[in-house]
Write a protein of this length. Structure first.
Length: 95
């Protein structure tokens, strides 16, 4: 899936397993989408990662830390793009 949210609109294009992250909200959407693809609940994923389920829910809802938003803004100003792709589940590292 390529998921790219423009800064002006929240329309999403889907064509392959890749997400372009422009904001904390985009990152949260990517995490939620990948979690669904991997067929995990928030409780399962948060336990596997050693995180609180509430924190994961907030991330997926787009409520992220200011530092993340600032880092993404800095990268955009430098002309950089943050892209998330899904690894083959056979090669997936659970660490």
């Amino acid at each position: 899936m390529i998921q790219e949210a423009s800064k002006d609109s929240k329309e999403i294009e889907v064509s392959e397993q890749r997400w372009v992250v422009h904001s904390g909200s985009d990152l949260g959407r990517a995490v939620a989408d990948i979690r669904h693809i991997r067929k995990r609940t928030q409780a399962e994923l948060s336990a596997e990662a050693g995180l609180g389920r509430t924190w994961l829910a907030k991330l997926e809802a787009g409520r992220t830390a200011l530092v993340l938003e600032l880092l993404l803004r800095l990268l955009r100003r430098l002309g950089a793009t943050v892209t998330i792709t899904i690894d083959d589940p056979e090669k997936h590292d659970a660490s």
